[in-house]
Design a protein around this ligand. Sequence first.
Ligand SMILES: [Zn+2]
Length: 141
Amino acid sequence: MSPATMHILLDTVLKDLSTDTLDESLEKLRFFFPETLLLGALDLIDRESVIMYKTPWGRAQYEVLGSTATYTVFPGLLSPKGNASAYCTCPAYAYSVLLSETQLMCKHVLAIMLARRLERCIEQPIDADELASVIARQCSL
Ligand SMILES: [Zn+2]
């Protein structure tokens, strides 16, 4: 099965995911992800590490607080090959998703996708100046 097909299937599973169907959806997600990745993502949500900066004009910018660094995640970006639906600045994303293509996404991207469905993102309102400084910090990493 091609990665693009996997992503379409995965989208379907994620669309059905809600707090009511969580157990059932996690069962299906095990088809796509190793247990460690899935548990890692759930752990990030439990630790309230999924931050959504919300601008007054309705844009959202996502960050995940990892154990050693903060990563910026861009959900919903398609790569030229169509094999990634998001992007994350962590090393695992670069190696296992982009280079070796052994995984569909890293735990940060998964955490954001799950947190958005479960409404577990930590929302932080942000104005234009603050957004500029967040982006400046992210670009200097
Ligand atoms: Zn990541």
